[in-house]
Ligand binder design. Structure first.
Ligand SMILES: *Cc1c(COP(=O)(O)O)cnc(C)c1O
Length: 235
């Protein structure tokens, strides 16, 4: 017999968490970040509770298909963009918005035949050092995208590495402001920790916030807000 472990998902708690994110970022739109499999909950189990979000942000194209199959007609954003050229066909067909974080993805777009121009989120690497164009190369990438008939709208995004840590977000915010100054387009910067801690600042909440872990009920502030008696013993 497999271990008899049961997880109970409270839909009303998910709704509450999403509402908290809205409160923290008034007049920003809210992506419910799904990453993969809704942080382990399973997208089908949480979809109804999270459909009050303005969009779903996820990694896997098959999961995007599943969200469309659940009847979601609103925005879906592929946080890492496409993984191969033919993924763009699915984006065209399902109206998926996608991140663009490297030149190869722009090459693929330039070669993509589509009737439906795409909405892309151009990603700046402002210090997370995982994905995105560095500040020196960001504008050239923007200009390339802007010249493509396949692209209808370019939004600007970055991801904080230390929103929940002592280093904070100021250094990355400055890099983002400098790299994107005067560029048109909507902006999206904040994960859960930045939304909860810093979204009173209009530049931080911007047009879209992207909370993930907090939507599912985890404090993004571990360990600074956990007391040693909070059920978590440290040596
Ligand atoms: C995971 C992720 C988020 C959400 O981060 P949390 O810390 O879970 O809120 C937002 N944006 C991107 C690009 C991500 O990969």
């Amino acid at each position: 017999m497999p271990r008899p472990i049961l997880a109970t998902i409270h839909a009303e708690a998910l709704r509450h968490n999403l509402a908290r994110m809205r409160e923290a970022a008034p007049d920003a739109r809210v992506w419910a970040v799904v990453k993969a499999n809704a942080y382990g909950h399973g997208i089908e189990r949480v979809f109804e509770a999270l459909r009050g979000a303005d969009g779903f942000a996820l990694l896997d194209l098959l999961e995007a298909e599943r969200v469309r199959a659940l009847g979601w007609r609103g925005p879906i954003l592929l946080l890492e963009g496409v993984f191969e050229p033919r993924d763009l066909e699915l984006c065209s067909r399902l109206g998926l918005w996608h991140a663009v974080h490297c030149d190869q993805q722009i090459d693929w777009l330039a070669a993509h035949k589509t009737q439906v121009p795409h909405r892309v989120f151009l990603k700046l690497n402002s210090g997370m050092n995982r994905l995105g164009f560095g500040p020196q190369r960001f504008r050239a990438a923007w200009a390339r995208l802007d010249a493509l008939p396949q692209v209808e709208e370019i939004s600007l995004m970055t991801h904080f590495s230390d929103a929940d840590g002592p280093r904070g977000i100021a250094h990355q915010l400055q890099v983002f402001e400098e790299a994107t100054r005067d560029l048109p387009g909507e902006r999206s910067l904040s994960n859960s920790a930045a939304t909860l801690r810093h979204a009173a600042d209009a530049q931080v909440r911007a047009d879209w916030v992207r909370p993930g872990i907090a939507v599912y009920g985890s404090a993004p502030d571990f360990p600074s807000t956990m007391s040693p008696t909070g059920g978590c013993s440290r040596p």
